[in-house]
Design a protein around this ligand. Structure first.
Ligand code: FMN
Length: 206
């Protein structure tokens, strides 16, 4: 319990990664598998991930990220992709599991499917659902990475059109953020955490 709070409090957006330290593929896999337990509306898990690790591909990605050096120095960059068609494409697997596990009766499946799919018809709603759930997944990755002694940096600074062309991401998918992941350069110090709005400023209890 205390350990989890510590991980959350200690997380920072690390600007200085140690370019010489690689995160093993198995560890990235472990982090992503644990993080994929994140919640999502109707359990639809509308996220996909491309991990950019290759040195030359990281260099190209850095340019797409307006030359943010951390992209190249981090061991890998986790490109988070939100699928605005997940409501249609993922629903069957989710409902099959619900029937199998006894969450719902087989005869309720059709009606529930229609209800879920209806929520994804309108593009703006679908966009919101996909991006919201994928962002929760992204936050989970950052905390889980800390639990494994790794550091991260979320990024929104990239040319999304160029990124989609580079990684062959289909039109109906969006990239809410990229999470750079790696080890901190021990020779560099981060500035202290900057201003956080106080409880009184952002909370209303009614
Ligand atoms: C979705 C998202 C996108 C961000 N994009 C960038 C970015 O492109 N470049 C950057 O230097 N920092 C980026 N940041 C990092 C924020 O500036 C940082 O989280 C904030 O200043 C608070 O610092 P901390 O994370 O160390 O507490 C981003 C953060 C989030 C959550």
């Amino acid at each position: 319990m205390k350990e989890c709070l510590k991980l959350i409090k200690e997380r920072r957006s690390i600007t200085f990664f140690d370019p010489s330290r690689e995160v093993p593929d198995e560890l990235i896999r472990e982090i992503l598998e644990v993080s994929a337990t994140a919640p999502s509306g109707y359990n639809l898990q509308p996220w996909e991930v491309i991990v950019v690790k290759d040195r030359e591909k990281k260099r190209i990605l850095k340019e797409i990220c307006y030359n943010q050096q951390k992209v190249e120095d981090a061991s890998a960059n986790i490109v988070l992709i939100a699928n605005t068609r997940a409501g249609f494409e993922h629903v069957d697997k989710v409902l099959d599991s619900w029937v199998e596990l006894g969450y719902i009766k087989p005869e309720s499946r059709g009606q529930l499917k229609a209800q879920i799919v209806a929520g994804w018809q309108e593009p703006q709603r679908a966009f919101r659902k996909a991006v919201r759930d994928t962002a929760l997944f992204g936050m989970t990755i950052m905390i889980v990475a800390r639990a494994y002694g790794l550091e991260t940096h979320p990024m929104e600074g990239y040319d999304e059109q160029k990124l989609k062309e580079f990684l062959n991401i289909e039109e109906h998918k969006v990239v809410p953020m990229i999470v750079a992941i790696g080890y901190k350069d021990p020779s560099k110090e981060l500035l202290p955490r900057a201003y956080r709005f106080s409880f009184e400023e952002f909370v209303k209890i009614i």
